[in-house]
Design a protein around this ligand. Structure first.
Ligand SMILES: [Zn+2]
Ligand SMILES: [Zn+2]
Length: 399
């Protein structure tokens, strides 16, 4: 079919994508502040004669093709508050800000796909694409409430409504040239929890005159794991990690306050809600128990993203399309992770599939992970990722 041709156009766009990715990499911008990045995307789309509109302040939505059907492709565009130490020549020019999650590559690959699709439309006519391909350049993936939720609220999935959405993420654990798919549960819901345990300070030698928030914290930390051990179906993934604890300053003073923070992750919306309610009820009740004296707990919950559940049908479809494009040997099964990703919001609205794209240089055994200050991307993945996106959309609209 069109696979050979697609790969050829993607390789022809390689140099362009590399220079776009490097320009973005040099000028990373934090979540919801992607003003220059947004202008960069708009300028490139204008150059390609692709109509677009701005949404969610720094997001961009473009349309290619014509017809009744519609498929969406999405890239995220924001960077992280990390000081780059990768040593690449096109290193970040902004101290403390870095594209350490590969969103620069995601953006360049979607702009590459835009070029390939536009060339096809120009050569064969607007109806040759089989429908409309909606390109979503989305801000703020790295920060709650997630740019996806804002763009959806602003109508990115309307006029026209896509029948499917595809997105991808670079994966330093897999070799460049491969892509990995999984149907169903892929990534987790991510809620942040902040506890403030109020006790009553006093002399270490006279605990009966104080309320010890350190002891309350100790019990709370161990007891909350009961939620995972006894309230969660053993066949369902879930994890609660309490990752910070602050309180006290002396060996002989019981402090007033202990603060804890952590994250709850799950693959199931109903259990997520149940678990949050149980954590709140138990935290408040435990701290207030007369056993400790006069304690009290304040809990604040910052809701993160829902679990990312890939649609089985669109995933089987995208996997087969990828196998035809890059060869079955290069298409792997992705092992689900308890990471979060706001692409999840789209998959709760319409059928969609998120896949992982290998970016590890083949001659290296391991490279630094996502969100690491030494994170690197093998740029040979750029034409592969662009072709995978264009191919998923075209094959879908031809089916
Ligand atoms: Zn990230
Ligand atoms: Zn990311």
């Amino acid at each position: 079919m069109h696979h050979h041709e697609l790969l050829k156009s993607a390789h022809a766009a390689h140099e362009q994508m590399r220079s776009m990715r490097r320009a973005l990499h040099r000028n990373p911008e934090l979540s919801f502040h992607e003003y220059e990045t947004s202008k960069f995307i708009q300028a490139r789309l204008a150059e390609l004669n692709i109509p677009f509109q701005v949404m969610a302040e720094t997001g961009v939505v473009a349309h290619i093709g014509a017809g009744d059907r519609c498929v969406a492709l999405r890239a995220d565009i924001d960077a992280l508050p990390i000081h780059e130490e990768s040593g690449v020549e096109y290193t970040s020019t902004k101290p403390g800000v870095m594209h350490a999650c590969g969103h620069d590559a995601h953006t360049a690959m979607l702009l590459g796909a835009a070029q390939i699709l536009k060339e096809r439309e120009t050569a064969q006519g607007a109806s040759a694409l089989g429908g409309v391909i909606k390109l979503i350049f989305q801000p703020g993936e790295e920060m709650s409430p997630g740019g996806a939720s804002i763009m959806i609220r602003e109508g990115v999935l309307q006029n026209p409504r896509p029948e499917a959405i595809f997105g991808q993420h670079v994966n330093p654990d897999a070799t460049c040239g491969t892509a990995a798919f999984v149907g169903g549960m892929m990534l987790a819901s991510t809620d942040e929890l902040y506890w403030k345990l109020h006790g009553k300070s006093g002399h270490a030698a006279q605990p009966h005159n104080a309320t010890d928030p350190i002891l309350i914290a100790a019990h709370l930390i161990t007891q909350l794991q009961t939620l995972i051990a006894r309230r969660l179906n053993p066949f369902a993934p879930g994890v609660l990690s309490i990752c910070s604890i602050h309180g006290g300053h002396a060996t002989n003073v019981i402090p007033d306050i202990v603060e804890l923070s952590g994250t709850l992750r799950s693959m199931n919306q109903a259990w997520r809600e149940e678990a949050l309610r149980a954590i709140e009820a138990h935290s408040l009740a435990l701290a207030a128990s007369p056993l400790y004296g006069d304690g009290r707990c304040e809990l604040s919950i910052v809701r993160g993203y829902p679990p990312l559940i890939n649609n089985d049908e669109t995933t089987a479809f995208a996997r087969t399309a990828a196998q035809h494009l890059i060869g079955a040997a290069n298409v792997e099964e992705f092992e689900p992770k308890m990471w979060g990703e706001d692409f999840a919001y789209y998959t709760h609205e319409i059928p969609g599939t998120f896949w992982m794209l290998g970016i590890r240089p083949p001659h290296l055994e391991a490279t630094p992970g996502l969100h690491n200050s030494k994170f690197i991307v093998d740029e040979n993945t750029l034409p592969i990722g662009a072709a995978l996106l264009a191919n998923a959309a075209l094959t879908r609209l031809a089916s």
